[in-house]
Design a protein around this ligand. Structure first.
Ligand SMILES: NC(=O)c1ccc[n+]([C@@H]2O[C@H](COP(=O)([O-])OP(=O)(O)OC[C@H]3O[C@@H](n4cnc5c(N)ncnc54)[C@H](OP(=O)(O)O)[C@@H]3O)[C@@H](O)[C@H]2O)c1
Length: 315
Protein backbone atom coordinates (compact mmCIF):
# COMPACT_ATOMS: atom_id res chain seq x y z
CA UNK A 1 0.00 0.00 0.00
CA UNK A 2 1.13 3.58 -0.66
CA UNK A 3 0.02 4.86 2.75
CA UNK A 4 2.18 2.60 4.89
CA UNK A 5 2.14 4.40 8.26
CA UNK A 6 -1.34 4.99 9.57
CA UNK A 7 -2.64 6.39 12.86
CA UNK A 8 -6.15 5.08 13.65
CA UNK A 9 -7.75 7.31 16.27
CA UNK A 10 -10.60 5.42 17.91
CA UNK A 11 -8.99 2.26 16.50
CA UNK A 12 -9.51 0.35 19.74
CA UNK A 13 -13.27 -0.06 19.26
CA UNK A 14 -15.43 -2.51 17.32
CA UNK A 15 -14.79 -1.13 13.81
CA UNK A 16 -11.22 -0.28 14.77
CA UNK A 17 -10.38 -3.89 15.64
CA UNK A 18 -11.46 -5.07 12.18
CA UNK A 19 -9.84 -2.17 10.32
CA UNK A 20 -6.53 -2.23 12.20
CA UNK A 21 -6.23 -6.01 11.65
CA UNK A 22 -6.94 -5.56 7.94
CA UNK A 23 -4.41 -2.73 7.56
CA UNK A 24 -1.80 -4.78 9.40
CA UNK A 25 -2.54 -7.77 7.14
CA UNK A 26 -2.01 -5.50 4.13
CA UNK A 27 1.44 -4.58 5.38
CA UNK A 28 0.80 -1.22 7.08
CA UNK A 29 2.35 -0.07 10.32
CA UNK A 30 -0.52 1.11 12.50
CA UNK A 31 -0.61 3.29 15.61
CA UNK A 32 -3.69 3.10 17.84
CA UNK A 33 -4.02 5.75 20.55
CA UNK A 34 -6.46 4.83 23.32
CA UNK A 35 -7.52 6.07 26.74
CA UNK A 36 -6.73 2.66 28.27
CA UNK A 37 -4.14 0.47 26.60
CA UNK A 38 -5.17 -2.56 28.64
CA UNK A 39 -8.55 -2.65 26.86
CA UNK A 40 -6.90 -2.87 23.45
CA UNK A 41 -4.05 -5.17 24.36
CA UNK A 42 -5.25 -7.81 21.87
CA UNK A 43 -4.35 -5.49 18.97
CA UNK A 44 -0.90 -4.84 20.41
CA UNK A 45 0.08 -8.48 19.76
CA UNK A 46 -0.05 -7.84 15.99
CA UNK A 47 3.57 -7.33 14.93
CA UNK A 48 3.08 -4.03 13.04
CA UNK A 49 0.57 -2.46 15.44
CA UNK A 50 1.48 -0.14 18.28
CA UNK A 51 -1.14 0.64 20.91
CA UNK A 52 -0.40 3.65 23.07
CA UNK A 53 -2.19 5.63 25.74
CA UNK A 54 -2.80 9.22 24.69
CA UNK A 55 -5.21 12.10 25.19
CA UNK A 56 -6.26 12.69 21.59
CA UNK A 57 -8.18 15.82 22.58
CA UNK A 58 -4.90 17.60 23.27
CA UNK A 59 -3.71 19.29 20.02
CA UNK A 60 0.00 18.96 20.87
CA UNK A 61 -0.43 15.22 21.55
CA UNK A 62 -2.30 14.83 18.28
CA UNK A 63 0.44 16.61 16.34
CA UNK A 64 3.04 14.36 17.96
CA UNK A 65 0.99 11.23 17.17
CA UNK A 66 0.60 12.22 13.53
CA UNK A 67 4.16 13.35 12.86
CA UNK A 68 5.80 11.10 10.25
CA UNK A 69 2.57 9.25 9.39
CA UNK A 70 1.20 8.95 5.86
CA UNK A 71 -2.47 8.94 6.84
CA UNK A 72 -4.86 9.42 9.74
CA UNK A 73 -8.18 7.66 10.30
CA UNK A 74 -10.72 8.97 12.78
CA UNK A 75 -13.18 6.40 14.15
CA UNK A 76 -14.04 8.13 17.43
CA UNK A 77 -17.76 8.19 18.18
CA UNK A 78 -20.20 7.93 21.07
CA UNK A 79 -23.83 6.81 21.07
CA UNK A 80 -24.85 8.23 24.43
CA UNK A 81 -23.88 11.44 26.17
CA UNK A 82 -24.70 15.03 26.93
CA UNK A 83 -24.85 17.67 24.24
CA UNK A 84 -21.35 18.83 25.28
CA UNK A 85 -19.96 15.27 25.08
CA UNK A 86 -21.37 14.76 21.57
CA UNK A 87 -19.98 18.15 20.56
CA UNK A 88 -16.52 17.29 21.90
CA UNK A 89 -16.31 13.81 20.32
CA UNK A 90 -18.01 14.47 16.96
CA UNK A 91 -17.22 18.11 16.14
CA UNK A 92 -14.28 19.43 18.16
CA UNK A 93 -12.13 16.30 17.90
CA UNK A 94 -12.52 15.85 14.10
CA UNK A 95 -11.64 19.53 13.66
CA UNK A 96 -8.53 19.10 15.84
CA UNK A 97 -7.54 15.96 13.92
CA UNK A 98 -7.89 17.66 10.53
CA UNK A 99 -5.85 20.67 11.72
CA UNK A 100 -3.21 18.41 13.30
CA UNK A 101 -2.92 16.52 9.98
CA UNK A 102 -2.12 19.82 8.28
CA UNK A 103 0.35 20.91 10.99
CA UNK A 104 2.11 17.53 10.95
CA UNK A 105 2.30 17.20 7.17
CA UNK A 106 -0.16 14.27 6.93
CA UNK A 107 -1.90 14.53 3.55
CA UNK A 108 -4.63 11.89 3.90
CA UNK A 109 -7.54 11.67 6.34
CA UNK A 110 -10.41 9.17 6.47
CA UNK A 111 -13.27 10.27 8.66
CA UNK A 112 -16.06 8.14 10.16
CA UNK A 113 -19.41 9.93 10.05
CA UNK A 114 -22.78 8.12 10.20
CA UNK A 115 -25.77 7.52 7.94
CA UNK A 116 -28.54 9.92 8.93
CA UNK A 117 -26.05 12.63 9.92
CA UNK A 118 -28.15 15.76 9.68
CA UNK A 119 -27.48 19.18 11.17
CA UNK A 120 -31.26 19.70 11.48
CA UNK A 121 -31.94 16.42 13.31
CA UNK A 122 -33.43 16.42 16.81
CA UNK A 123 -30.77 13.86 17.76
CA UNK A 124 -27.49 15.31 19.07
CA UNK A 125 -25.71 12.23 17.66
CA UNK A 126 -26.93 12.94 14.15
CA UNK A 127 -26.54 16.72 14.45
CA UNK A 128 -22.96 16.58 15.66
CA UNK A 129 -21.96 13.84 13.20
CA UNK A 130 -23.19 16.11 10.38
CA UNK A 131 -21.33 19.15 11.68
CA UNK A 132 -18.08 17.26 12.31
CA UNK A 133 -18.19 15.78 8.82
CA UNK A 134 -18.90 19.18 7.25
CA UNK A 135 -15.98 20.73 9.16
CA UNK A 136 -13.39 18.15 8.12
CA UNK A 137 -14.55 18.23 4.49
CA UNK A 138 -14.32 22.05 4.50
CA UNK A 139 -10.87 22.07 6.15
CA UNK A 140 -9.71 19.48 3.63
CA UNK A 141 -10.93 21.51 0.70
CA UNK A 142 -9.55 24.81 1.98
CA UNK A 143 -6.15 23.49 3.05
CA UNK A 144 -5.34 20.77 0.53
CA UNK A 145 -5.90 17.80 2.85
CA UNK A 146 -7.36 14.79 1.01
CA UNK A 147 -10.39 13.81 3.10
CA UNK A 148 -12.87 10.99 2.56
CA UNK A 149 -15.86 10.52 4.86
CA UNK A 150 -18.01 7.43 5.40
CA UNK A 151 -21.61 7.22 6.53
CA UNK A 152 -22.48 3.65 7.49
CA UNK A 153 -25.89 2.43 8.53
CA UNK A 154 -25.78 0.24 11.61
CA UNK A 155 -22.75 -2.08 11.45
CA UNK A 156 -22.88 -5.82 12.28
CA UNK A 157 -20.22 -8.45 12.76
CA UNK A 158 -18.21 -10.17 15.49
CA UNK A 159 -17.80 -7.77 18.41
CA UNK A 160 -20.72 -5.49 17.49
CA UNK A 161 -22.90 -4.02 20.20
CA UNK A 162 -26.08 -4.13 18.13
CA UNK A 163 -27.18 -7.64 17.13
CA UNK A 164 -25.00 -9.03 19.91
CA UNK A 165 -26.99 -6.96 22.41
CA UNK A 166 -30.23 -8.25 20.84
CA UNK A 167 -28.90 -11.80 21.21
CA UNK A 168 -28.11 -11.22 24.89
CA UNK A 169 -31.57 -9.74 25.57
CA UNK A 170 -33.28 -12.60 23.79
CA UNK A 171 -31.33 -15.19 25.75
CA UNK A 172 -32.35 -13.56 29.02
CA UNK A 173 -35.98 -12.64 28.49
CA UNK A 174 -38.94 -14.66 27.19
CA UNK A 175 -40.82 -11.39 26.49
CA UNK A 176 -39.06 -8.50 24.77
CA UNK A 177 -40.72 -5.07 24.39
CA UNK A 178 -39.07 -3.41 21.38
CA UNK A 179 -38.74 0.36 21.14
CA UNK A 180 -38.32 1.74 17.62
CA UNK A 181 -39.69 -1.51 16.12
CA UNK A 182 -40.74 0.36 12.95
CA UNK A 183 -37.30 1.94 12.32
CA UNK A 184 -35.76 0.92 8.98
CA UNK A 185 -32.05 0.09 8.69
CA UNK A 186 -29.80 -1.29 5.97
CA UNK A 187 -27.13 -2.96 8.12
CA UNK A 188 -23.63 -3.21 6.72
CA UNK A 189 -21.00 -5.84 7.54
CA UNK A 190 -17.99 -4.63 9.50
CA UNK A 191 -15.64 -6.43 7.10
CA UNK A 192 -17.08 -4.39 4.22
CA UNK A 193 -16.70 -1.15 6.20
CA UNK A 194 -13.06 -2.00 6.98
CA UNK A 195 -12.44 -2.86 3.32
CA UNK A 196 -13.95 0.45 2.21
CA UNK A 197 -11.60 2.37 4.51
CA UNK A 198 -8.54 0.35 3.50
CA UNK A 199 -9.36 0.70 -0.21
CA UNK A 200 -10.02 4.42 0.03
CA UNK A 201 -6.63 5.08 1.64
CA UNK A 202 -4.86 4.65 -1.71
CA UNK A 203 -7.71 5.60 -4.09
CA UNK A 204 -7.36 9.21 -5.28
CA UNK A 205 -10.85 9.12 -6.84
CA UNK A 206 -12.28 8.97 -3.31
CA UNK A 207 -10.69 12.27 -2.23
CA UNK A 208 -13.29 14.84 -1.22
CA UNK A 209 -16.10 12.25 -1.32
CA UNK A 210 -18.67 11.23 1.29
CA UNK A 211 -19.82 7.59 0.96
CA UNK A 212 -22.96 6.10 2.48
CA UNK A 213 -22.28 2.45 3.38
CA UNK A 214 -25.15 -0.04 3.52
CA UNK A 215 -25.65 -3.74 3.13
CA UNK A 216 -27.80 -5.38 0.45
CA UNK A 217 -31.14 -5.39 2.35
CA UNK A 218 -33.44 -3.09 4.33
CA UNK A 219 -34.93 -4.45 7.60
CA UNK A 220 -37.13 -2.98 10.29
CA UNK A 221 -35.71 -3.23 13.80
CA UNK A 222 -38.45 -5.76 14.56
CA UNK A 223 -37.39 -7.92 11.59
CA UNK A 224 -33.79 -7.82 12.84
CA UNK A 225 -34.81 -8.90 16.33
CA UNK A 226 -36.91 -11.77 14.93
CA UNK A 227 -34.05 -12.84 12.64
CA UNK A 228 -31.71 -12.87 15.66
CA UNK A 229 -34.17 -14.99 17.65
CA UNK A 230 -34.53 -17.46 14.74
CA UNK A 231 -30.75 -17.68 14.35
CA UNK A 232 -30.41 -18.57 18.02
CA UNK A 233 -33.31 -21.03 17.85
CA UNK A 234 -35.23 -19.06 20.49
CA UNK A 235 -39.03 -18.69 20.59
CA UNK A 236 -39.70 -15.29 22.13
CA UNK A 237 -42.67 -13.01 22.52
CA UNK A 238 -41.63 -9.73 20.87
CA UNK A 239 -43.86 -6.74 21.60
CA UNK A 240 -43.36 -3.87 19.13
CA UNK A 241 -43.77 -0.51 20.91
CA UNK A 242 -45.32 2.42 19.07
CA UNK A 243 -43.78 5.88 19.03
CA UNK A 244 -45.14 7.21 22.30
CA UNK A 245 -44.40 3.93 24.12
CA UNK A 246 -40.88 3.95 22.64
CA UNK A 247 -40.28 7.51 23.84
CA UNK A 248 -41.40 6.53 27.34
CA UNK A 249 -39.20 3.41 27.23
CA UNK A 250 -36.18 5.55 26.25
CA UNK A 251 -36.97 8.00 29.05
CA UNK A 252 -37.10 5.14 31.58
CA UNK A 253 -33.84 3.63 30.28
CA UNK A 254 -32.13 7.00 30.78
CA UNK A 255 -32.89 6.76 34.51
CA UNK A 256 -31.03 3.45 34.76
CA UNK A 257 -27.53 3.99 36.13
CA UNK A 258 -24.56 2.75 34.12
CA UNK A 259 -24.55 1.67 30.47
CA UNK A 260 -27.71 2.80 28.68
CA UNK A 261 -29.80 0.45 26.56
CA UNK A 262 -31.49 3.38 24.88
CA UNK A 263 -31.86 7.15 25.27
CA UNK A 264 -34.22 9.77 23.88
CA UNK A 265 -31.41 10.80 21.55
CA UNK A 266 -31.46 7.27 20.05
CA UNK A 267 -35.26 7.51 19.80
CA UNK A 268 -35.01 10.77 17.82
CA UNK A 269 -32.44 9.17 15.50
CA UNK A 270 -34.85 6.28 14.82
CA UNK A 271 -37.57 8.63 13.57
CA UNK A 272 -35.96 8.73 10.13
CA UNK A 273 -35.01 5.81 7.86
CA UNK A 274 -31.36 4.71 8.00
CA UNK A 275 -31.08 3.36 4.45
CA UNK A 276 -29.05 3.98 1.26
CA UNK A 277 -31.15 4.29 -1.91
CA UNK A 278 -27.97 3.84 -4.01
CA UNK A 279 -26.68 0.78 -2.15
CA UNK A 280 -23.01 0.02 -1.39
CA UNK A 281 -20.53 2.10 -3.45
CA UNK A 282 -19.24 -0.04 -6.34
CA UNK A 283 -15.71 1.34 -5.88
CA UNK A 284 -15.46 -0.74 -2.67
CA UNK A 285 -16.83 -4.01 -4.10
CA UNK A 286 -19.93 -5.98 -3.14
CA UNK A 287 -21.55 -5.86 0.32
CA UNK A 288 -22.01 -9.02 2.40
CA UNK A 289 -25.54 -10.21 3.25
CA UNK A 290 -26.39 -10.35 6.94
CA UNK A 291 -27.74 -13.87 6.52
CA UNK A 292 -24.36 -15.03 5.16
CA UNK A 293 -22.49 -14.22 8.38
CA UNK A 294 -25.14 -14.00 11.13
CA UNK A 295 -23.94 -17.28 12.66
CA UNK A 296 -21.32 -15.26 14.53
CA UNK A 297 -24.15 -14.55 17.00
CA UNK A 298 -24.20 -18.20 18.01
CA UNK A 299 -20.68 -17.69 19.30
CA UNK A 300 -21.80 -15.03 21.75
CA UNK A 301 -23.50 -17.41 24.19
CA UNK A 302 -22.48 -18.21 27.77
CA UNK A 303 -19.96 -20.84 26.58
CA UNK A 304 -18.05 -17.98 24.96
CA UNK A 305 -18.46 -15.87 28.06
CA UNK A 306 -14.89 -14.89 28.75
CA UNK A 307 -14.40 -12.73 25.63
CA UNK A 308 -17.86 -11.25 26.04
CA UNK A 309 -17.40 -10.31 29.68
CA UNK A 310 -14.02 -8.82 28.88
CA UNK A 311 -15.59 -6.68 26.14
CA UNK A 312 -18.42 -5.59 28.45
CA UNK A 313 -15.99 -4.63 31.16
CA UNK A 314 -13.94 -2.84 28.47
CA UNK A 315 -10.83 -4.65 29.66
N1 LIG B 1 -21.14 0.59 15.18
C1 LIG B 1 -22.08 1.08 14.37
O1 LIG B 1 -23.13 0.49 14.13
C2 LIG B 1 -21.84 2.43 13.72
C3 LIG B 1 -22.74 2.90 12.75
C4 LIG B 1 -22.50 4.13 12.15
C5 LIG B 1 -21.39 4.87 12.50
N2 LIG B 1 -20.54 4.39 13.45
C6 LIG B 1 -19.38 5.20 13.83
O2 LIG B 1 -18.21 4.41 13.63
C7 LIG B 1 -17.23 4.76 14.60
C8 LIG B 1 -16.72 3.52 15.29
O3 LIG B 1 -17.81 2.86 15.89
P1 LIG B 1 -17.60 1.61 16.83
O4 LIG B 1 -18.85 0.84 16.79
O5 LIG B 1 -16.31 0.96 16.52
O6 LIG B 1 -17.51 2.33 18.25
P2 LIG B 1 -16.79 1.83 19.59
O7 LIG B 1 -16.58 0.37 19.58
O8 LIG B 1 -17.57 2.43 20.70
O9 LIG B 1 -15.36 2.55 19.52
C9 LIG B 1 -15.30 3.92 19.59
C10 LIG B 1 -13.87 4.35 19.75
O10 LIG B 1 -13.93 5.76 20.03
C11 LIG B 1 -13.10 6.07 21.11
N3 LIG B 1 -13.75 7.08 21.94
C12 LIG B 1 -15.03 7.09 22.38
N4 LIG B 1 -15.26 8.19 23.09
C13 LIG B 1 -14.10 8.89 23.10
C14 LIG B 1 -13.72 10.11 23.67
N5 LIG B 1 -14.57 10.85 24.39
N6 LIG B 1 -12.45 10.53 23.49
C15 LIG B 1 -11.57 9.79 22.78
N7 LIG B 1 -11.88 8.62 22.20
C16 LIG B 1 -13.13 8.18 22.37
C17 LIG B 1 -12.87 4.80 21.91
O11 LIG B 1 -11.51 4.86 22.28
P3 LIG B 1 -10.88 4.16 23.58
O12 LIG B 1 -10.02 3.08 23.01
O13 LIG B 1 -10.08 5.24 24.20
O14 LIG B 1 -12.00 3.68 24.43
C18 LIG B 1 -13.15 3.69 20.91
O15 LIG B 1 -11.96 3.18 20.41
C19 LIG B 1 -17.88 5.79 15.51
O16 LIG B 1 -17.53 7.07 15.05
C20 LIG B 1 -19.37 5.56 15.30
O17 LIG B 1 -20.13 6.72 15.52
C21 LIG B 1 -20.73 3.19 14.07
Amino acid sequence: MKHQNVCVIGGGGFVGHHLVSLLAARGCRVWVPTRRRQRVIDLAVLPTVEVLEADVHDPATLRELLRGKDAAINLVGILHGTRAEFERAHVELPRKIALACIDSGVGRLLHMSALGADAASQSFYQQTKARGEAEVMAIGQAQGLAVTAFRPSVIFGPGDSFLTLFAELLRLAPVVPLAGAWARFQPVYVGDVARAFATALDAPETHGQVYPLCGPRVYTLEALLRLTARTLGLKRWIIPLDRSQSYLFARLMELKPGKKLMTRDNYYAMLSDNVCPDGFPAVFGQPTALEAVIDYLRGTGPHCGYERYRAQARR
